[in-house]
Design a protein around this ligand. Structure first.
Ligand code: FES
Length: 328
């Protein structure tokens, strides 16, 4: 778990940048002295201070035994808020950026008997890191659980790491599917998810619609075996425009203003209120907070319908205006 105030930042240099699919750029980041970097487990991510000044979350793609670099991939989102475009267009080899030390809200469950990975688009990044880790363990003589990957993209040109994932060594472990932007051609996950398999852990990362679909189709699976990773508030078009609102802290009586370009978590932390956070993307559940009143727009991937009446993930969800009263 980490909070902005306690997070450690590393100045890292772009050693290499390379296109790995249309509008997806891979960056290899190293220390200026080529020294070792803090350890991480597969599924981990770093936060990056982008050239545009925003902070973005990127999964580490290299296996954890590679200690002298972090590899991330950035999808250039021309309709986003500028962070990814500034990375893709403004970060040349030799540039220095700040990243956090790795954090992990999406760790691989070692006791699993089998892994089912479901990735959509750029959501392949944490999952590729996991697959490479499993391959590394196999190469070292271990016998890790087997995996199956379902990787859903628009087309071959949009498929990051296509050559690696379509290679013979991946064999029957990988299913690639392109929908060509046509909902009629979407992959039907139900035959895969219909029957829960004992010991199988599902890891899903991708667009909000994919994660919602997997969540809807796995309600009958053990909840502890379903894992999601998201990279932010998701598809902003799905939500109402941010409006400022106020937070009233019921226990202390304090009132905090939340600007339209600020999250509730940021406003709480800036006012000195201690709320734990980790993913800051609505997927890990760390910042779960009880609310007593308010018109809440839920934007997380954690809460079930029954919990939304009095629980809120303050890292992504917010009030539509007015006052949100928290049990803090
Ligand atoms: Fe992970 Fe809010 S910090 S859900």
């Amino acid at each position: 778990m980490a909070q902005e105030s306690t997070r450690e930042w590393l100045p890292l240099m772009v050693q290499r940048r390379a296109a790995v699919a249309r509008d997806i750029i891979e960056f290899t980041l190293v220390r200026a002295n080529a020294g070792e970097l803090p350890l991480f487990e597969s599924g981990a991510h770093v936060l990056v201070h982008t050239p545009a000044g925003s902070t973005r979350k990127y999964s580490l793609i290299n296996p954890p035994n590679e200690r002298r670099h972090y590899v991330i991939a950035v999808r250039r989102d021309a309709n986003g808020r500028g962070g990814s475009v500034s990375m893709a267009d403004g970060l040349a080899s030799g540039a220095v950026i700040e990243t956090s030390v790795p954090e992990n809200a999406f760790p691989l469950e070692r006791s699993a008997r089998r892994y089912l990975f479901i990735a959509g688009g750029i959501g392949i990044t944490p999952i590729l890191g996991m697959i490479r880790h499993l391959q590394m363990r196999t190469a070292e003589g271990e016998n890790p659980p087997p995996f199956q990957l379902i990787y859903l993209t628009r087309s071959g040109a949009d498929t990051a790491y296509l050559e690696e994932l379509a290679s013979q060594s991946m064999g029957e472990h990988v299913s690639l599917h392109h929908d060509h932007g046509n909902p009629v051609e979407a992959f039907d996950l139900w035959p895969v998810l219909e029957r829960p398999a004992a010991g199988t852990h599902i890891y899903c990362c991708g667009p909000r619609g994919l994660m919602d679909a997997v969540r809807d189709m796995t309600g009958h699976w053990p909840a502890t075996g379903i894992h999601f990773e998201s990279f932010g508030v998701g598809d902003a078009a799905m939500f109402e425009a941010n409006r400022p609102f106020a937070i009233h802290l019921a226990r202390s009586g304090k009132t905090i203003e939340v600007d339209a370009d600020q999250t509730a978590l940021e406003a709480l932390q800036a006012s000195g209120c201690r709320v734990m956070s980790s993913c800051e993307a609505g997927s890990c559940g760390t910042c779960r907070t009880t609310y007593l009143s308010g018109d809440v727009e839920h934007r997380d991937l954690v809460l079930g319908e029954g919990e939304k009446a009095d629980q809120i993930m303050v890292c992504v969800s917010r009030a539509r205006g007015g006052v949100l009263e928290l049990d803090l």
